[in-house]
Design a protein around this ligand. Structure first.
Ligand SMILES: Nc1ncnc2c1ncn2[C@@H]1O[C@H](COP(=O)(O)OP(=O)(O)OP(=O)(O)O)[C@@H](O)[C@H]1O
Ligand SMILES: [Mg+2]
Length: 536
């Protein structure tokens, strides 16, 4: 046989099974024998290694065979349907998901490939009567996917019954069975979460007729679509350290069920994303949802009738989800705090505060992330921002040179270009632009990177000029208490209420401007494109 053809035939099988290993051994030895071996001295070593590995595997298999004959085993059945109710046995589903994820199924000589739940995904699936091995806490277990055909004498039909059969040593059963079942549940839930198709839920308007028609019934207030937003954490232009911190914060949250429960707290975490328009806040929410595989419940407050309607919406959310309220600053401002009302007719400020941290959060399944977005947090009622209601504050700034580079890489595939230095110099003058505007310029000129960068430079110059002329009324000094986007930008540096850093930033900008006007080249500023502030 042509060795290359043989190689292609076997190369899709993992090498870990004995049979595959024999095939590889055969192929390699065949190649060694048929080709002129340039490494002639190594041939015996390779041959020895392959024989030794294959023999070890075979001996291991025999060892298991002998062990299986010596020990008393017990067999446990997991039927697809519950015997009494004939409803689906949930544990059967979990076992199926779990077994199909085992690495030993990949090693089988034969297995099925079926389409997964995500578009274009393919997953492995056990075949009828196929056996698969597993190990847990040092015990060896064997599963069989049994399909029984039963003759139903009464109804005169043939019925197929699917069952998973677990073979376990009697001595191991008492020691590991309970823990093993919990392990299967946990692993299957993790896989289901990762593989599920994400959904975006939106609240529907409550019409009075709908409510009166359903006086005594709970109406589902959510409608859902597939969450198909293409943003990922990788595609968001953001300070890389900040991105890492957010990722590890989320990962820690996911692992902290016991911790939260021990503290007697609801297992939830709240984020505030704030910053000018077009800086990626909404895209970031979609990216987080994908990162942790959570559904998103997007609450449009203008469609919420009153406080109890808001409570009902929360009650109808499921665990492992992200609850989002966008543009909260439009609805809750500090002016309303005395009147205990929001800018919405039926919803009170206390209704929103209770929504954020109230007892209801514990009634609708925990493991929730709450995300609120706003353009500025200056005018928001401070009660909204207190720790517990908002755990992490994330600032989304306008573009700096680093985020420009990320966008140039994402949109134009450019890692470097001769015009980069010119872009950097303009950023040092304090000129800036939103990532939305920047990416739009790049995408519409993607056919010519040079033209795209020149259009970015022009846009930055125009924005810079506009900023200069607007600040000239203040003797050319950008004040830190300016409530324009500069003041917003400066809050990225406020950690634990220290307000001295923004002034430094303004001086840096002014310095950059003066250096550029005098024609001298300025080194890259150490700008930080975002911040993570924790309120604990
Ligand atoms: N930091 C960023 N990285 C990558 N793309 C971005 C970023 N910011 C904005 N964009 C792009 O700009 C567009 C608008 O972004 P997005 O809607 O997320 O902004 P936003 O902050 O939510 O704005 P608004 O406050 O007006 O709701 C999106 O298409 C997104 O891809
Ligand atoms: Mg948005």
């Amino acid at each position: 046989m042509d060795p290359m053809r043989f190689f292609f035939k076997i190369s899709f099988q993992p090498i870990t099974t004995a049979s595959s290993l024999y095939s590889y051994t055969f192929f390699l030895l065949h190649s060694i024998n048929t080709s002129k071996n340039v490494h002639g001295a190594q041939e015996p070593t390779v041959r020895l290694f392959l024989y030794r590995t294959a023999i070890t595997l075979r001996l291991k298999k025999w060892g298991h065979w002998v062990e299986d004959r010596i020990h008393v085993h017990q067999t446990l059945k997991v039927p697809e349907l519950n015997e009494d109710s004939q409803e689906i046995n949930i544990f059967y589903r979990k076992v199926s998901t779990y077994l199909n994820s085992l690495s030993s199924i990949e090693d089988s000589d034969f297995t099925n490939l079926v389409s997964g739940k995500k578009p274009n995904s393919v997953v492995l699936s056990l075949d009828d009567d196929q056996k698969v091995a597993d190990t847990f806490l040092g015990a060896r277990l064997s599963w069989t996917n049994k399909l029984e055909h039963i003759n139903d004498e009464i109804n005169k039909i043939n019925v197929s019954k699917k069952t998973f059969i677990l073979k376990i040593k009697k001595k191991d059963k008492r020691r590991i069975l309970q823990a093993y079942i919990q392990h299967i549940y946990r692993a299957a839930e993790d896989i289901e979460t990762r593989c599920k198709e994400l959904k975006l839920y939106m609240n529907m308007m409550t019409s009075s007729s709908l409510l009166s028609a359903c006086d005594n019934r709970i109406v589902n207030r959510w409608s859902s679509v597939r969450l198909s937003h293409p943003a990922t954490l990788e595609s968001i232009a953001m300070d890389s350290d900040l991105k890492k911190k957010v990722k590890s914060d989320l990962e820690l949250f996911l692992k902290s069920k016991q911790y939260y429960h021990r503290l007697g707290r609801v297992w939830k975490r709240s984020y505030l994303l704030y910053g000018p328009s077009g800086t990626g806040k909404s895209s970031f929410i979609a990216a987080i949802a994908k990162f942790i595989s959570y559904d998103v419940y997007d609450i449009d407050l203008s469609k919420v009738k009153d406080d109890s309607d808001l409570k009902m919406l929360l009650l109808q959310t499921t665990s492992r989800s992200i609850i989002v309220i966008e543009d909260l600053d439009r609805f809750v401002t500090s002016n309303n705090s005395n009147s205990n009302s929001s800018n919405l007719s039926g919803i009170s400020l206390s209704g929103i505060l209770n929504f954020m941290d109230g007892i209801l959060n514990s009634c609708c399944g925990d493991e929730k992330i709450m995300i609120f977005t706003m353009n500025t947090k200056e005018k928001i009622d401070q009660a909204v921002l207190r720790p517990g209601r908002i755990d992490v504050h994330l600032y989304f700034p306008l573009c700096n040179f680093n985020s420009f580079k990320t966008l140039a890489n994402n949109c134009l595939g450019l890692k470097d270009h001769k015009l980069f230095s010119q872009v950097e110099e303009i950023f040092l003058t304090g000129a800036t632009i939103s990532p939305a505007e920047m990416s739009e310029l790049m995408i519409s000129n993607r056919g010519s990177p040079g033209r795209a960068l020149r259009s970015v430079i022009t846009a930055l110059q125009i924005n810079g000029d506009a900023r200069l002329s607007s600040s000239s009324g203040k003797n050319g000094v950008l004040l830190p208490d300016d409530t324009s986007s500069v003041a917003e930008d400066s809050s990225a540096y406020v950690m634990d209420g220290n307000c001295s850093v923004p002034v430094v930033k303004e001086i840096q900008k002014l310095y950059g401007l003066l250096r550029m006007k005098s024609g001298k080249k300025v080194g890259p500023s150490d700008q930080f494109s975002g911040s993570i502030e924790r309120s604990r």
